[in-house]
Write a protein that binds this ligand. Structure first.
Ligand code: SF4
Length: 372
């Protein structure tokens, strides 16, 4: 096929989209999941759910969302909270910039708009951490405005419905899908329609092998008619594998305390607590590097374990080395001894959380204690 079936010349496209929109609404009202953020039209709650759902599965968000909303039930409460409180409540969800941006945005809404969520697209998109998709989701779901919310699920569904063959991630595909969805939104039903599209992409028109036999628009779907469901959206060229960085992670443990580092703002996982770590490069020595980076005079013991943590664009291979201090004087202000009991209250990202059981278990703690 040389031309997208979704091009303007196709006389059936508008009718197809309108009919599909009605079928989607009927299906959504019967089959949607009861998710806690769907019980509310409060833009704050819808915003928080959308931020949490970015790059995160619904099952995971269901564990965190109710607790976050209980701790911070409205914009003013979130705006007044300290960054430490917000990050601690986010602990385990990952992508901590989402939490920092939400916190900053809440402060802006409280200061600039008296705590009322703005209803203007440009004003919403000017807030930290809110892009076109999240702004569209808030405006349509909370305020009932006919603004498209296009994410990967919606792109996939519309690309298949209209047999769009532009590459995934291309501006051409995004533009066509945006135009199609903008023309589909039924009057006064934007909230249900946006959620119907999201639900369709999550439950039926899934990646790989979609569930076409149960799809409410299967008689309208061009990809289904041409047996091309699994080929759309068209893949981009494969990117190179993510680079892996190797680190020594220094484990100093004594008397049920552990030496923690408050990470610098400009580093990955900045403004969070971790274990002091040093990039491994050929020819470097841990003892010398500990002196150069942290001003620490240390003795390095055995490697206790190796952990891999995967980020979006890179991974860390962390070799956890049992270490002890040879100095008794003051240490860098970014390093602090913390009792094991304090760790659950600290904003420690998953990359370091996964190491903690190794260090707080009896043997490791005792071993560290003897070494120090
Ligand atoms: S028929 Fe299949 S490919 Fe087409 S929209 Fe439905 S689930 Fe997706």
């Amino acid at each position: 096929m040389s031309r997208d079936a979704g091009e303007k010349e196709n006389p059936g496209t508008q009718e197809r989209l309108k009919e599909a929109a009605q079928s989607l609404l009927t299906w959504y009202r019967e089959h949607h999941r009861d998710l806690p953020w769907r019980c509310s039209k409060d833009p704050y709650k819808i915003w928080i759910s959308e931020i949490m759902l970015q790059q995160t599965r619904v099952d995971t968000v269901l564990e965190y969302y109710p607790r976050f909303i209980t701790l911070f039930p409205d914009i003013h409460t979130l705006a007044r909270a300290s960054e430490e409180q917000v990050l601690t409540s986010w602990k385990g969800l990952g992508y901590y910039n989402r939490a920092r941006n939400a916190h900053q945005a809440a402060r802006i809404i409280a200061d600039r708009y008296g705590g009322a969520f703005p209803e203007d697209l440009q004003a919403i998109q000017a807030l930290p951490g809110i892009g076109a998709y999240t702004a569209g989701a808030i405006l349509s779901i909370a305020f009932g405005k006919a603004v498209p919310a296009i994410d990967g699920n919606v792109l996939r569904f519309i690309a298949r419905l209209l047999l769009l063959q532009d590459a995934r991630g291309s501006s051409a595909l995004h533009r066509k899908v945006d135009q199609a969805v903008g023309g589909m939104i039924p009057d006064h039903q934007a909230a249900d329609f946006t959620q119907a599209l999201m639900e369709m992409g999550a439950l039926v028109c899934i990646p790989g092998h979609p569930r076409c036999e149960t799809c409410p628009v299967n008689t309208l779907c061009l990809a289904c008619a041409h047996q091309m469901q699994s080929e759309l959206p068209v893949k981009k060229e494969r990117k190179k594998a993510n680079p892996q960085m190797r680190y020594w992670v220094m484990a100093f443990v004594k008397e049920n305390q552990i030496l923690m580092e408050y990470r610098e703002e400009e580093t990955l996982l900045g403004h969070l607590w971790g274990l002091p770590m040093i990039l491994i490069r050929e020819g470097l020595d841990l003892v010398q590097e500990a002196k150069a980076h942290f001003g620490l005079d240390i003795e390095a013991g055995p490697v206790l374990g190796t952990f891999i943590h995967q980020f979006t664009h890179r991974s860390w291979r962390m070799e956890v080395v049992s270490c002890s201090l040879r100095q008794s004087g003051p240490i860098s202000s970014s390093l602090q001894w913390r009792h094991f009991d304090e760790l659950p209250q600290m904003a420690i990202p998953t990359a370091f959380q996964k190491i903690m059981p190794l260090l707080t278990a009896g043997d490791a703690a005792d071993q560290g204690s003897r070494r120090s």
